[in-house]
Design a protein around this ligand. Sequence first.
Ligand code: CAO
Length: 550
Amino acid sequence: MALVEVQVPDIGDFDEVTVIELMVKVGDTVKAEQSLITVESDKASMEIPSSTAGVVKEMRVALGDKVKQGSIVLVVEAVGAVAATTVAPAAAVAASAPVAVVPVAAVAAAPAASGPVQVHVPDIGDFKDVVVIEVMVKPGDTIKAEQSLITVESDKAAMEIPSSAAGVLKELKVKVGDTVNIGDLLAILEGTVVAAAPAVAAAPAAAVAVSSAPVVAATPVAAIAAVAAPAHAPGGIAVGLPHASPSVRKFARELGVPLDEVKGNGPKGRITQDDVQTFTKSVMTGAAQTKAQAAKAPAASGGDGAALGLIPWPKVDFAKFGPIERKEMGRIKKISGANLLRNAIMIPAVTNHDDADITDLEAFRVSTNKENEKSGVKVTMLAFLIKACVAALKKYPEFNSSLDGDAIVYKNYWHIGFAADTPNGLMVPVIRDCDKKGVLQISQEMGELAKKARDGKLGPAEMTGATFTISSLGGIGGKYFTPIINAPEVAILGVCKSTMEPVWDGKQFVPRLMLPLSLTWDHRVIDGAAAARFNAFLGQILSDFRRVLL
Ligand code: CAO
């Protein structure tokens, strides 16, 4: 078996390029023409193929190395006929069909013209059926000569196709996903059009998108890859495209991964195959959403309901019926609206209504506040409710759980969220470890968090991690309502304004202060009987708070 040093072949007019990806490792069996490494200049990324088949014995380059034509990439123990020569540089393949040079005069001499001008796909070597992966212009755009019109991609290289002339784009003949070949009509320009003159005299054939440029005979893979970006195209393939090698792009395309949404963790933010895999995993596990998925998800207003198979939202010209004023929703309203809608639609929620006798508790609260007047901390009914709920949550742990696929996650901590009405919309600050805190401390923290919420100063940590939420409208009014569960929690308690009511004590009607409770629960996790027991237990605690100690 002969050892073959595989070299960097002719890579056009690039002096030095950086190795940005190693696609094989020692011990791998490689086929002839299989891509070995990806290199990148400031204009193009290109894969360097193997000149021979065999087993990789030694890597001679590392990530970040600079290489040029003739640099040894790796050593292969060759198999078959290719191994006949001890050194078979890939460059030799490239050299057998040199990259063509288009003389400046050939295009510079092209006359200015007016009227429609056709722009065709220039010579792109021996690549056939390259896919249009990006369209960078639209009809009506004023196009400069040599401005990139589209990006095409083969499995080895990505390249921008520039316009051969200047003018106004009248018609675009291709769209993303189309396959194109040399000579295909790309666009029609009109107005004053001037044929392009390449900025670089020795520009490779494909780099000069002048349809009249001479066509080069079959050019090897590496040579084509080297002309991936036109020498005169400012910015090269990086313009408007995610920073990734062609093979990573191909991989992403096969998986349907939108590369522009993937965060690159490679050198200079380049997207690697690992990044694509990590992104795919996070989407599949539901930890992330693609923009397309998010767009399909119902918006705060309900979107158009198409994702749910609903008929479109009624479009009404309200101004026809009277004067109107239109105001865009604020950010918080939009976010909470979208969350509420999802929770309302996705959770099979049921609400139980009940009343709790808080006559004694309210009397205790009022007297406590009188005693504590000087301390500045006002004990609120909501603070008592939080303590009572923690006791009920401990007795009925399914109310302090979350659904995770087919599993129920029971939480051994009791962080309680409370709905706060703010000028910007509804917010839910969270009081942590309510089981460990007294009513006074909870009242104090609630006051501080409610103020922060109203001032728009709540941090994300102060709004996350709740295991159960209370929404109190007690200070405002109402009798009962049906609160929406704050997913991934499984229950929420709505509280309305307490009123004095005649209550039968077995012998007579007596005036009692009754607090209306509305408990909404997720029927996937909680049964109706458990919900009724939870409310009944809560009522018992609130009517005699000493039970909290039991
Ligand atoms: N029944 C009767 N009166 C009540 C009561 C109840 N259940 N709860 C509170 N009150 C009274 C209090 O006694 C107090 O009266 P005084 O001023 O005479 O003492 C007054 O209402 C204000 O109460 P508070 O200052 O203690 O506030 P709170 O604890 O009721 O609420 C907070 C605090 C932040 C929850 C509240 O300001 C808030 O934002 N509530 C709205 C929540 C909301 O929007 N929920 C709906 C979500 S779904 O859209």
